[in-house]
Design a protein around this ligand. Structure first.
Ligand SMILES: O=C(O)CCC(=O)C(=O)O
Ligand SMILES: [Fe+2]
Length: 336
């Protein structure tokens, strides 16, 4: 069965200010009702160029315990590189549908999740998200399948490879700080996630304009399955975080990287660091896009609370099991 792309649905003149009913969320989820309007949530902003490493460790671990999300500035990725990354991503989504479909993700999830696609997880109560995406691994070289990378625009590959290298530098720094924040050696956390085999998976989210943004959602509420996610959005507001029982818009800071703590870091820190519960809203007139990179352990790698963090007073709160088993439960909405 052909999947209909949201980008296509959004362009139908027959919509006439409405959206198909499978995009209308339950009342308890509708942004109009569940968002605290007019308040921008100021999640912690961390200046990575500060020379005081101890301070960075303290502020990053504090943010990861309290919020599970923070933004980093002066991270070393040039803003012009971020602009080029965004330009080639946008150009891919602006190609004719038939061309995008040449790298569509396989119809059956067991054949992989890379490629151009529309639905990722089993949808709750048959509701759909107002978003299309492209998914492909960017690191390490042994797991890259260039068949799922756009051939057009022709500079897509080179720019994404350049961005990935810079992102690895930033992520290695962050892992060091996060590790020290738990009282562990600098390299401990990355090792507990697969070390040099840690996988970097890029997703580009494409949220077309939506005639009824107050009734729909882009990505439904979730925590990321990844260890951590490093994301740049475009300038259109849309990311929301759940705090004190309500949803808040996260303030957009140009060229900042948004860091999400995901499930795997929550697990290996035995719950000290919290995976952030988040979702996205869509816009009536503008296309929102975002570029999360999910940092994940290899499929066969076992993840569990780091042994040094476990003692009589701190029994393990999570199972130790293969990442692919965590993945299976998450995708099928089964208990971990
Ligand atoms: O678009 C965003 O800002 C967040 C997207 C997201 O949460 C996801 O793709 O997992
Ligand atoms: Fe997410």
């Amino acid at each position: 069965m052909e999947v209909q792309r949201v980008q296509e649905i959004a362009s139908l003149s027959s919509l006439n200010g409405t959206i198909p009913k499978e995009y209308i969320r339950a009342v308890t989820e509708q942004p109009a009702i569940t968002t605290i309007h007019g308040v921008l949530l100021e999640v912690p902003v961390i200046d990575l160029s500060l020379p005081d490493a101890e301070k960075l460790v303290a502020s990053i671990s504090e943010a990861s315990k309290e919020w599970g999300i923070f933004q980093v500035v002066n991270h070393g990725i040039p803003s012009e590189l971020i602009s080029r990354l965004q330009k080639v991503g946008r150009e891919f989504f602006e190609l004719p549908l038939e061309e995008k479909e040449t790298i569509a993700k396989p119809a059956n999830m067991k054949d992989g999740i890379e490629g151009y696609g529309t639905k990722l997880q089993k949808e709750v109560e048959g509701k759909k998200g107002w978003v299309d995406h492209l998914f492909h691994r960017v690191w390490p070289p042994s797991v890259i399948n260039y068949n799922f990378w756009p051939k057009n625009p022709p500079t897509y590959r080179e720019i994404n490879e350049e961005y990935t290298q810079k992102l690895i530098e930033v992520s290695d720094k962050l892992f060091g700080f996060l590790s020290k924040g738990l009282g562990l050696e600098e390299n401990k956390m990355k090792e507990a996630l697969g070390g040099k085999d840690l996988t970097y998976m890029l997703k580009i989210n494409y949220y077309p304009p939506c005639p009824c943004p107050e009734l729909a959602l882009g990505v439904a509420p979730h925590t990321d399955l990844s260890a951590t996610t490093i994301l740049v959005p475009n300038e259109v507001q849309g990311l929301q975080v759940f705090k004190d029982n309500h949803w808040y818009d996260v303030a957009y800071i140009p060229n900042a990287l948004i860091i999400h703590i995901g499930d795997q870091i929550e697990i290996l820190s035995n719950g000290k660091y919290k995976a952030v519960f988040h979702r996205t809203t869509v816009n009536k007139d503008k296309t929102r896009m975002s570029w999360p990179v999910f940092l994940e352990p290899p499929a066969e790698f076992e993840v569990g609370p780091i042994p040094q963090l476990i003692n009589q007073d701190n029994p393990p709160k999570y199972k130790t099991k293969k990442f692919k088993d965590y993945l299976y439960c998450k995708l099928n909405k089964l208990p971990q």
